[in-house]
Design a protein around this ligand. Structure first.
Ligand code: THU
Length: 141
């Protein structure tokens, strides 16, 4: 992916912090999910007074895309921090990694963790979820 595209995803993820609904943790998260044909679905975390119904920013982005019939993804950018201040990388939680495993190739799907346009890291899904259980695991052989 080009550096320019990465910067665009970082900006779109950062813009989502304004929509994050996180009154309980105070930890704001934004995500920007890039499809294989170049479209971007964004997401923020959405908490709940009953706690467990809360949703991470990454899954918000995935579920928006899936609900519109899009299933082919290249990359996701994630930013987060207390009060929306980005001071370290925000790696995806285990549940979000498993959702990625459902729809993305572990060998090619890129996960961009950013603190700023100048400070980011790119991982492959297989690095963050080694030996993952996915749709292929349910097939014979
Ligand atoms: N959160 C995300 O949205 N994505 C992550 O990758 C890590 C955690 C949210 C969930 C919750 O609203 C808040 O951050 C604190 O855990």
């Amino acid at each position: 992916m080009t550096h320019e595209k990465i910067l665009d995803l970082i900006h779109q993820a950062q813009a989502q912090l304004a929509f994050s609904y996180a009154p309980y943790s105070g930890f704001l998260v934004g995500a920007a999910l890039l499809t294989k044909d170049g479209k971007v679905f964004t997401g923020c975390n959405i908490e709940n007074a009953a706690f467990t119904p809360g949703n991470c920013a990454e899954r918000t982005a995935f579920f928006k895309a899936i609900s519109e019939g899009v299933h082919d993804f290249q990359a996701i950018c994630i930013v987060g921090g207390t009060g929306g201040k980005l001071s370290s990388y925000t790696p995806p939680c285990g549940v979000c990694r498993q959702v990625m495993m459902e729809f993305c190739s572990p060998d090619t799907f890129e996960i961009i963790l950013a603190v700023s346009p100048e400070d980011y890291k790119v991982y492959l899904l297989k690095d963050l979820l080694p030996f993952g259980f996915g749709p292929g695991s349910l097939k014979d052989g």
